[in-house]
Structures are given as C-alpha cells and as structure tokens.
Design a protein around this ligand. Structure first.
Ligand code: GAR
Length: 207
C-alpha cells in the first residue's frame, strides 16, 4: 500500500487551524496525508502544546536566534528534509518566506488567509488586522482563502474559498471567530486532503 503524503504544519500562535487538521486526520477527512511535523517560529505558541497532545513531533526555529531570514530558511529546509516532508501547510504562520524558499516547493506549500483574496491581503495583513480592515471598509461578505504560496505575499494560485457574511454588531474578534469556524477550519483540511491525494497519485505514477 502506498504511504500517505508527509505533511509539515508551520505555526506561530494559537494553532486552531492546526487543531482542525489534527481533528480532520482523526475523523478521516484528511485521509491521504499524515501530519508528521509541526514547526513554530515562536517558542511560546500554544500550537506546540496541541502538537504534543496529539503526539506529533515539533521543532522551534527562531529567526532571531538563528541570525536572520537566510539562516532561518536554511534550517527550515534541513528540518523538512530530515522529516522527508512532501507538503508544507502554513496555518497561522506569521513569517513571510522568500522566493528562494518557495521556489524549492512548487505547488507544495499551502496557506490559509482569513479573507477573500484579493481583498484584505498582502504584506502587513494578517490575523485580527484583516478583520479590522474588512469592518472598516464595510464589506458585507468576507471569508477565507486557501492558496499556493509563491514569492508574492498572498499572491499564489487560489485553491479554495468560502464566504462568510458580516453581521450587524460584529467586532474584529467576533468576525475572526466566525471566519475560522465557518470557513478556515473547513477549507484548510479539504485543500490539504486534495493536494495530499495529488502527491500520492504522482508517486503511484512514478513507481
Ligand atoms: C488564522 O485566522 C489565519 O488565517 C491567520 O491567522 C490566524 C491564526 O490562527 N493567518 C494569517 O493572517 C496569515 N496571513 P490559529 O493560530 O488559531 O490557526
């Protein structure tokens, strides 16, 4: 039997999207891939606790401690190779990756963004700021996007999107929670399964 696609999830904070992937694996929604590694650039990320509770190995790679972007990316490439990772999922990973890094993994890095790209995205648009911007603009529909990652922040090909209606009285926090529940936690596992399946098929052809 063919082995599952080996997945690394990159995180920086609470890790609710990582949890959605762990739950999807448990429930058989993520069936073609296996989360083999969690990497955090923040040693205090609660996502690391979630990884440990699920029995998934984790590594902390701090840009500051490693001496900047280039040594950070070198260490990341080495760690991913050590775990024979085939698919990288950015789940609330708050560090921009250079073209040198992303070009190594064409169509093999996914990111979840908490808005309907091309709205409210790009450099400086992350986390709660995205929902603040959506409310300030006054849009009535927002949502989430899963896309491939290239050298342009939030600029890679879109894979899945899901809309979420803004409700009267929404605060950035309330909207963030609803976008996560109704959109991110659904489409990130779906997209991860889709690409994992593709990786397994590709391997089958090569054999
Ligand atoms: C999520 O809403 C994710 O889409 C967003 O940060 C949050 C992380 O939450 N990511 C970005 O804004 C990246 N541009 P989590 O740590 O609980 O998954």
């Amino acid at each position: 039997m063919l082995s599952k696609a080996r997945i690394a999830v990159l995180v920086s904070g609470g890790g609710t999207n990582l949890q959605a992937l762990i739950d999807a694996q448990r429930d058989g929604i993520l069936a073609s891939g296996e989360i083999c590694l969690v990497v955090s650039n923040n040693p205090d990320a609660y996502a690391l606790v979630r990884a440990s509770k699920a029995g998934i190995p984790s590594r902390v790679l701090s840009k500051k401690q490693l001496g900047g972007q280039a040594p950070f990316e070198t260490a990341l490439v080495e760690t991913l190779a050590e775990f024979q990772i085939e698919l990288i999922v950015l789940a609330g990973f708050m560090t921009i990756l250079s073209g040198d890094f992303t070009r190594r993994y064409p169509r093999r890095i996914l990111n979840v963004h908490p808005a309907l790209i091309p709205s409210f995205c790009g450099k400086g648009m992350y986390g709660l700021k995205v929902h603040e911007a959506a409310l300030t603009y006054g849009v009535k529909v927002t949502g989430a996007t899963v896309h491939f990652v290239n050298e342009v922040p939030d600029g890679g090909e879109i894979l899945l999107q899901h809309p979420v209606f803004v409700q009267p009285g929404d605060t950035p926090e309330r909207l963030q929670r609803r976008v996560m529940e109704e959109a991110e936690w659904r489409i990130l596992p779906q997209a991860t399964e889709q690409i994992s399946k593709e990786i397994m098929k590709e391997r089958e052809k090569a054999e």
